[in-house]
Design a protein around this ligand. Structure first.
Ligand code: AP5
Length: 207
């Protein structure tokens, strides 16, 4: 099963992707995670990406498309994958379709998780992540409930950057919902419900 996860920043894509990976054994391809790893490692790619990410802007298509093409060549993606945070522009969506056609693979569903922007601002400004295992939690967690690791706040989860990320989403990424509706792949899910309920709805839609 090959899935595209769409949704605004903070809609719960990473949270639902972790559940889907655990349930179906899919490869998790998160362009945000790949870029943050490059920033942390201080690679030339990371240095370039950081200047865009810190402002809540999109990293240029050419950079991100190259990363995803390379990742899709890896063995673990052959038995199924979840793309989390990609595509984010129509150029990326077209490049993905053409790369998958070359590889003889298809998207089975594009799951769009919908959440009101005001809920998102609250979620993101209170989000905390585990330094050790990447667990996604919130400021109400004293330490990682999974491995006791230290929690931190992402640089782009400050209120002003979050608002810019939401604007960028509306302008560049939201139109992809119509793109996937047009290909009959779209599954729309109300993401403003408890995590387990959102997950059950996604599972039912994928069944
Ligand atoms: P990326 O890392 O992809 O961030 P994003 O899309 O902005 O999404 P987030 O990770 O912030 O949120 P999420 O939807 O995964 O929500 P989560 O599950 O964590 O991208 C970061 C940056 O990298 C971009 O701004 C851009 O610069 C660059 N980039 C990445 N991909 C790119 C691309 N393709 N092209 C160009 N540039 C790219 O949940 C959020 C919070 O809500 C958590 O605290 C969680 O616990 C909580 N939560 C989740 N679900 C629920 C629920 N149902 N109820 C209550 N709380 C919930």
């Amino acid at each position: 099963m090959n899935i595209v996860l769409l949704g605004a920043p903070g809609a719960g894509k990473g949270t639902q992707a972790a559940r889907l990976v655990a349930e179906y054994g899919l490869a998790h391809i998160s362009t945000g995670d790949i870029l943050r790893a490059a920033v942390k490692a201080g690679t030339p790619l990371g240095l370039e990406a950081k200047s865009f990410m810190d402002k809540g802007e999109l990293v240029p298509d050419s950079v991100v498309i190259g990363l995803v093409k390379e990742r899709l060549q890896q063995e673990d993606t052959k038995s199924g994958f979840i793309l989390d945070g990609f595509p984010r522009t129509s150029t990326q969506a077209v490049a993905l379709a053409s790369e998958l056609a070359e590889l003889g693979r298809d998207i089975d569903a594009a799951v769009a998780v919908q959440v009101d922007p005001e809920v998102i601002v609250k979620r993101l400004t209170s989000r905390r992540l585990c330094k050790e295992c990447g667990y996604i939690g919130s400021e109400s967690d004293a330490a990682c409930p999974s491995c006791e690791g230290e929690l931190y706040q992402r640089d782009d989860d400050k209120p002003e950057t979050v608002r810019n990320r939401l604007e960028v989403y509306e302008q560049s990424t939201a139109p992809l919902i119509e793109y996937y509706r047009g290909s009959d792949l779209l599954v729309e899910v109300d993401g403003d419900r408890p995590v387990d309920e959102v997950f059950s709805t996604i599972q039912e839609a994928l069944a």
